[in-house]
Design a protein around this ligand. Structure first.
Ligand SMILES: *[C@@H]1O[C@H](CO)[C@@H](O)[C@H](O)[C@H]1NC(C)=O
Ligand SMILES: *[C@@H]1O[C@H](CO)[C@@H](O)[C@H](O)[C@H]1NC(C)=O
Ligand SMILES: *[C@@H]1O[C@H](CO)[C@@H](O)[C@H](O)[C@H]1NC(C)=O
Length: 575
């Protein structure tokens, strides 16, 4: 009897102890998770990152097709379009790729120059003319470059008039570039040319994009009861290293994977979040190509005059300057600033919505559905700040992540925001709220009271362009279906914008990546009955510094453009 008791006693003691140890192990994680202070989350994140960095991060095979061609097979037409799109954004560069150069042989904005080319009337410029500036790029030793591929931005502006327009840069592939501008206002106009990245830096970015789609990684938390585990996720993960959970979307076939947790099942996924950024992507030599103030976004000086004075058109009264249509120009911008207001060329007739009640009247009886990244969340925030009756509901959503909703009962307005699906790089999105835009669009009835606003670009910069093309193809298909079943639906697409760059940001989010995505986006939605808000030109022409989230002065112009599309000016009766 006594012997029996002690035998059971040892057994129970063992049970109790192991239970206690189990609890201790897990309370730690659960506690950290429930405690939503920034510091403990940060600690958790950095702990996860550091442990994964050494143990779990996958090694990728270095070939460009690996990530891009997962998912459903494209139709022959889709493949043809993809080839056309990729050809259209083909970037020239040092060919063949140079042996590792020393910094001294690479493009140096300080040694480079631009010159305004005299026109056929020598130096007399008139409204509607095209202005050309020739840019000669030199290296750090002052020698002219002999190949193209530098990433330049050009703008023509007049601070006195609040006027500005983005220029078109043509690469002659010999170290010389033309920056072309239509002359859209009478008065002073100054040229500004900026080297964003040298051709050598672009070559590095290109290689990173094709070979290191893992340089931003993601994670998911899996939880059941007391058990919780976090694993690494991405659009593609090498399957030979550990078992995977396959979260490929059933409707679109968009691929998404996480490593399978050791104890829990794939069904226990709770959320999706940005994991972190891989470091040490550059060699010491490559790092010299990305120096703030040296060769990232540095202005190129003018040799001679940097501007012209534009006269009215000969024999044309100033009032008739409305005749300036995009088709008059070889390289037409989508619009320009005048008196700090954006004037689209063609398309929508721009109205100003200064009065909050004018905005509310415009949106009366509308449901506005915004989908995408934080650059369209800015529009949501702008509208709820601008219209006092538009009250945001507390949906208990995580800050900055959403989904969000605001309503104006008197005007019967609903405003909604939801982020796009993976690879969204937000802090933590619940799995249940992780939706693909195209599936959301398929769930809309649409109609003249429905406005759809899309902004999908910023979180795709670390992947090969094929990944972005595939995503937009799915979204476009849903837009076409929506416009087919409910033709009155108003669809607005916001393009990419420029942002502040330093070395680190360049490797993940460079404007060069955005430029390429932007070109694809505009080409893919061309000809559809949608409004394209050209955030690229609006940020590139504007005098304020580039920012991932453009300043209110630009956002106001963007939202005014959307409202002008939703509520066009009533046509005057012909007299
Ligand atoms: C790319 O890598 C994947 C995965 O390792 C492999 O299956 C595929 O054959 C490779 N493609 C090429 C073109 O090398
Ligand atoms: C076009 O003409 C109108 C009317 O004279 C004037 O107010 C406006 O400033 C002109 N626009 C430009 C860009 O010069
Ligand atoms: C993941 O699931 C999709 C859809 O069911 C399938 O097409 C794909 O082959 C799966 N991926 C892997 C690696 O098994």
């Amino acid at each position: 009897m006594c012997r029996n008791l002690s035998k059971y006693g040892v057994f129970f003691l063992f049970l109790a102890l192991s239970g206690f140890i189990f609890l201790l192990r897990n309370i730690h994680t659960v506690e950290n998770w429930n405690c939503h202070t920034v510091s403990s989350l940060y600690q958790l994140q950095s702990r996860i990152q550091s442990s994964f960095l050494t143990v779990h991060l996958p090694t990728f095979s270095r070939n460009r097709t690996f990530c891009a061609h997962l998912g459903q097979k494209a139709s022959p037409e889709d493949e043809l379009e993809e080839r056309y799109l990729l050809d259209s954004i083909e970037w020239p560069g040092p060919a063949p790729r140079p042996a590792p150069l020393s910094l001294r042989q690479t493009s140096d904005p300080a040694h480079s120059l631009f010159t305004i080319v005299p026109n056929r009337r020598w130096r007399e410029w008139r409204l509607g003319d095209q202005l050309e500036a020739l840019v000669q790029i030199h290296d750090f030793q002052g020698r002219p470059k002999r190949y193209g591929g530098d990433f330049l931005l050009a703008r023509l502006h007049s601070p006195e008039l609040g006027a500005a327009v983005a220029g078109t840069v043509v690469d002659h592939r010999n170290g010389i570039y033309s920056a072309l501008f239509p002359l859209l206002w009478v008065g002073p106009a100054r040229v500004e040319v900026t080297l964003v990245h040298s051709s050598e830096a672009v070559a590095v970015l290109k290689q990173l994009r094709e070979e290191r789609p893992d340089r931003v990684f993601f994670k998911s938390l899996f939880r059941l009861g007391f058990l919780s585990e976090t694993t690494v996720c991405n659009m593609c993960l090498p399957s030979d290293q550990q078992p995977l959970c396959n979260y490929t979307d059933l409707y679109t076939g968009e691929p998404w994977y996480c490593y399978k947790p050791k104890m829990l099942s794939c069904d226990n996924r709770i959320n999706h979040a940005k994991g972190g950024y891989l470091k040490h992507l550059l060699t010491n030599k490559e790092a010299l190509l990305f120096q703030s103030g040296v060769n990232i976004k540095v202005q190129i000086p003018a040799s001679g005059a940097d501007g012209v004075d534009v006269l009215p058109q000969e024999g044309v009264a100033q009032e008739e300057n409305d005749t300036l249509k995009p088709e008059h120009f070889q390289f037409a911008p989508s619009g320009y600033y005048y008196e700090d207001s954006w004037r689209p060329l063609g398309g929508v007739g721009m109205r100003r919505f200064v009065d909050p009640s004018a905005i509310a009247l415009c949106l009366r009886n509308k449901v506005v559905n915004m989908y995408g990244d934080s650059t369209v969340r800015q529009w949501f925030e702008y509208l709820i700040a601008a219209v006092p009756e538009l009250k945001e509901l507390n949906l208990h959503s995580p800050k900055n992540v959403g989904p969000f909703m605001a309503v104006d009962i008197p005007h019967n307005i609903i405003l909604k925001y939801r982020c796009h699906g993976p690879p969204i790089r937000f802090s933590t999105v619940l799995s249940s709220e992780l939706r693909y835009v195209s599936n959301e669009l398929d769930g809309l009835s649409g109609g003249p009271n429905t406005v759809v606003v899309l902004s999908i670009w910023a979180h795709f910069s670390t992947f090969p362009v094929e990944v972005y093309i595939r995503r937009l193809r799915h979204v476009r298909r849903s837009v076409v279906r929506l416009l087919g079943r409910a033709p009155g639906t108003l669809v607005v697409v916001r393009s990419a914008n420029l942002q502040a760059l330093d070395q680190e940001v360049s490797l993940y989010n460079s404007d060069w990546f955005s430029l390429q995505l932007d070109a694809v986006l505009k080409a893919m939605f061309k000809g559809l009955n949608v409004l394209m808000v050209d955030a690229w030109e609006m940020s590139s022409a504007h005098h304020l510094p580039h920012a991932l989230h453009p300043p209110p002065a630009i956002v106001r112009n963007m939202v005014d453009m959307v409202l002008s599309y939703v509520c066009p000016e009533k046509k005057r009766n012909p007299t």
